[in-house]
Design a protein around this ligand. Structure first.
Ligand code: GLN
Length: 488
């Protein structure tokens, strides 16, 4: 039996009928990790003793009342877990055991999910390939010569490899959707403010959102309805009711109006990626939706805008790692300033240092007005382009990424190429919009591709329905990677 063959809802029914136990689910998860994680390297730490204990308790009570009862899940290692190392894949936090659970972890715990372990990411979520992790390089389960994407590479790979049934990632500029696309799974970045950021280690706080990565749309909707909701401990958390997305799923999308920004299918987009999106649009026509090409002219500036904001906010967010309040402290130093310098030099990797230098410059002196503040204005223009589109259309569709997955080592030396891979993902973060990636086919080499669906603020249900209708009409989500000589 493989975890990949079931949805959360099916497992729920099996638990209630006594056909499986939480202990067996946990066993399946750790067995799969043992079988494939030597190759995939998705996990930074395992929570095996606690997980087994928790499963035992659920099996003794036998009520399985939670929405995620007994379901094995993984948490990106930049989300705090009480007493369990939360490293952000950085030497800076190698020995950091938080005193509290992130709100979203509290919520998955309340619904009886089982936290199997913490998964790898780019250091402090800065990157697109999971190669900037200080600890290991996660591989793409579809072909281990390729990256799983990033920064939530461990989250996407752990689901694709059948090690867990869901994982939580974070997305500041594509970090849930891009790895979901590269690993052939479903990833949702919710509306800004829908999921509490309390306990989500800040990268660029005005852009950061956490969200689920799962194998199917239905599972994704179920996990989001668990982790979403108002939290007084996050001042940007929005106070409104969370619908039961998974219970309201519908394949009926007749009359759905789709906009396709021409900027999303421009020259830089790989032909195989383009073709997969064109095929998806044909499928949407068959399902009764209509689509039209539109122009969102300010999208051309979204990449520059994103980096101005993300680097500036990143420099500010990471200022707290000074060897005093948090993080690694150098063992030898002459005075307190020297201690800060040495601690930060030793604790941070190269990509972080590069961004801190640039971000600090963006915030300093006249650059502040010329770069940081200007970026805020352009951000508003991008958001307005979207609002204009949503006056006429229900959703916006395009590719999740401009290219198929790339090989390990292929782009890490070339920051510009890495940035290109985020080009299509960052506009949703800048505008605070929900956006999802759903599998939409494979390259000739058998590597997964993702279709991006963007909705208006809080239109998660519309996005899920559009994704569900497409998923159920296609077979992409039924294909499994072969790893360690066996199909996942
Ligand atoms: N890849 C983007 C970056 O490097 C996005 C990262 C993220 O969403 N956390 O900034």
């Amino acid at each position: 039996m493989s975890l990949s063959n079931y949805t959360i809802k099916q497992i729920e029914e099996m638990l209630h009928k006594g056909e499986i136990s939480a202990t067996e689910l946990v066993d399946l998860s750790y067995k799969q990790i043992e079988a494939v994680d030597g190759e995939v390297e998705a996990f930074l730490s395992l929570n095996e003793e606690n997980a087994r204990e928790q499963a035992k308790k659920l099996d003794e009570a036998k009520s399985y009342e939670g929405k995620l009862s007994g379901i094995p899940g993984a948490i990106k290692d930049n989300i705090t877990t009480k007493g369990i190392a939360t490293t952000c894949a950085s030497k800076m936090l190698e020995n950091f055991d938080p005193l509290y659970d992130a709100t979203l972890v509290e919520k998955t715990n309340e619904q009886e999910a089982i936290m199997i372990g913490k998964v790898n990411l780019d250091e402090f979520a800065m990157g697109s390939s999971t190669e900037t992790s200080a600890f290991k390089k996660t591989k793409n389960p579809w072909n281990t010569e390729y990256v799983p994407g990033g920064s939530s590479g461990g989250s996407a790979a752990s689901v694709a490899a059948g090690e867990v049934m869901f994982s939580i990632g974070t997305d500041t500029g594509g970090s849930i959707r891009q790895p979901a696309a590269f690993c052939g799974v479903v990833g949702m970045k919710p509306t800004y403010g829908l999921v509490s950021r309390f306990g989500v280690v800040a990268m660029a706080p005005s852009l950061d959102q956490a969200g689920p990565i799962t194998r199917t749309v239905e599972d994704n909707a179920r996990v989001l309805e668990v982790i979403a909701g108002h939290d007084r401990r996050d001042m940007t958390s929005v106070n409104r009711d969370v619908p039961a997305y998974s219970e309201n799923l519908s394949q009926e999308i007749k009359g759905l109006k789709i906009a396709v920004p021409k900027e999303f299918l421009s020259e830089g987009v790989d032909p195989e990626v383009k073709e997969s999106v064109e095929n998806a649009l044909q499928m949407y026509e068959l399902l009764g939706a209509t689509w039209e090409t539109v122009s969102l002219p300010h999208l051309a500036y979204s990449d520059a805008t994103y980096y101005a904001i993300a680097y500036s906010e990143g420099a500010s967010s990471l200022a707290r790692y000074d060897g005093v309040s948090f993080g690694h402290r150098a063992s030898e130093f002459t005075d307190v300033i020297d201690m800060y310098k040495r601690s930060r030099s030793e604790g941070f990797g190269d990509e972080i240092k590069r961004r801190l230098l640039i971000g600090t410059t963006f915030l300093s002196g006249e650059h502040n007005e010329a770069i940081f503040r200007k970026a805020q204005k352009v951000r508003t223009l991008i958001a307005r382009d979207f609002q204009a589109a949503f006056e006429k259309f229900d959703i916006i569709i395009g590719p999740t990424t401009a290219t198929p997955p790339f090989k390990l080592g292929e782009t890490i030396e070339d920051p510009l190429k890495l940035q290109m891979s985020d080009l299509l993902a960052v506009p949703a973060n800048l505008a605070g919009l929900p956006a999802l990636s759903v599998p939409c086919g494979f390259t000739e080499d058998g590597l997964p591709l993702g279709l991006q669906i963007i909705g208006n603020h809080f239109a998660e249900q519309t996005i899920y329905n559009a994704a569900y209708a497409y998923e159920q009409a296609t077979n992409h989500h039924k294909k499994r990677p072969v790893i360690g000589g066996a199909e996942v």
